[in-house]
Design a protein around this ligand. Sequence first.
Ligand SMILES: Nc1ncnc2c1ncn2[C@@H]1O[C@H](COP(=O)(O)OP(=O)(O)OP(=O)(O)O)[C@@H](O)[C@H]1O
Length: 305
Amino acid sequence: MNDLVVQTDGLTKRYGERLAVDSVSMTVRRGEVYGFLGPNGAGKTTTLRMMLGLIRPSAGTVSVLGRPAGRPDVITRVGALVEGPGFFPYLSGRDNLRTMARYRNLGDHAVDAALARVDLTDRAGDRFKAYSLGMKQRLGVASALLGDPELIVLDEPTNGLDPAGMADMRALVVSLARGGQTVLLSSHLLTEVQEICDRVGVINGGRLLREARVDELRGEATLRVRAAPEEAAIAVAMRVAGENSVRRTPLGLELDLSADAAPALVRDLVAAGVDVHEVSPTERSLEEVFFEMTAEAPTTKEKVA
Ligand SMILES: Nc1ncnc2c1ncn2[C@@H]1O[C@H](COP(=O)(O)OP(=O)(O)OP(=O)(O)O)[C@@H](O)[C@H]1O
């Protein structure tokens, strides 16, 4: 079985002079939550639309579930929420989904299952126009879940939601992946991608800057330690972290250790008579990594030009 659910190769989209997507090669693997990350206008939606067969690439290829994007046999195995589906305001949530399900030869059972997955069963009979933004968004996700597709594509699923709505949406995405479905979501919110995604593709100015696991992108974790006397602390730190994994910095010692190693380290330091003033993880957030990458991007482009 092909483990690559989505594969693009040199995928490009031009609108006149504007290069919206510039030679993007990315892969989404079966069962993962893939975060497609980039600021507004980076080219995320355009890429997703090409994957769904909604627009044609100017160059390059995209295959979904091992077939060229947009083929009828692929469409039924992919659910998508891209730029909000048009719901009828005066129809109930359930009836809106029924109209969509009918197009795809799916029965009411599929509608009820999708409503239950997004926790809208109780309000399914209410008119769409009476829904809160979070409920509207959840109905959009339900429409992408109709028929239990293998791949679910969600374009900015938390856009416009309040913090509680965002948390609900994140939990929903995680539960979809646990159920074995592959989720590809786009976002400009780095913190949320960091929380729920296995891998990310970072796009800016139409170019894929990096594709990596979230932990790879953040780099190795380090611990900052302020303790006295410093020489004694260094001896303990070297014993715990390894001789080459301890550095002296103006802010204290920096150790190549993750946050989980902190309690044992502190116990050893105290046992050696060292006073511990501070131990803090200095793991970079994805946000820092992202800004580093995008700050570098124009320089690279200038060099090429
Ligand atoms: N139909 C179109 N005609 C002309 N230009 C377009 C069209 N669609 C997108 N673009 C341009 O392509 C670029 C990428 O847009 P896209 O919508 O893919 O970005 P995005 O990363 O999804 O951003 P956002 O989060 O704002 O939707 C932008 O400069 C946009 O203005």
